[in-house]
Design a protein. Sequence first.
Length: 269
Amino acid sequence: MDIEALKAKAKQLRIDSLKLTNQAGSGHPGGSLSAADILTALYYRQMKYDASNPQWAERDRFILSKGHCTPLLYSVFADVGYFPKEELATYRKIGRLTGHPNPKLPGVEIATGSLGQGLSVGHGMALAARLDGKDYRVYVLLGDGELNEGSVWEAAMSAAHFKSDNLIAIVDNNKVAQDSITAELKGVEPLGRKFESFGWHAIRIDGHDMAAILNALEEAAKAKGKPTAIIADTIKGKGVSFMEGQPKWHGKAPDAEQLKKAIAEIENG
């Protein structure tokens, strides 16, 4: 896909994510909207994987460490062919499409949602690639609020120590946590300098600029001798005026009228 096609795909994934939360009457729209451009770049341009063969040994691994954003993850997975789109109707009902990533679902590497786990597991996968003589990369998407977890920084130290240059952490830095602004709960900045001080290569970008995302992913792929952290500055609820930057839309589903308005704004944005 070229950049314009990727931008269009990200818009559609935002709409699909909102439809999922609306039909379920629950879910997490805000962080799904902020991360849509990032997952679009990964799954439609950067990563190597085969949806028809989810256990392909050479595949790149992706971990949604901010595990509540399954409306976006499942929208991507259905679109690329990990499971039939008809199954989206079961989201947050009895079945595989649980509110946090379900390892029974093709494409899901681990269960996440208790924040702070993903980077440690991702580093383990990165080390496994080295031991097995594989050249796959491991991408871990974290939330900025998640960086308050000490386990994240333990993993960061370990990854730098072992020079795991096939590990790429992407921070969806939308600056809004579950119930407040992240900086008011516990400030995490300066993120670039923090990761660098832990021995990482750090890149800071506009997380809604598709070209910048692609360039950062390419730069990360070329980094040698150290893991890479991409700090993607994003907007919680991106594309929907009444959701943008609002903590209450972290885990609240839009009703029918709100969904209609949100879709119109995304389509016209």
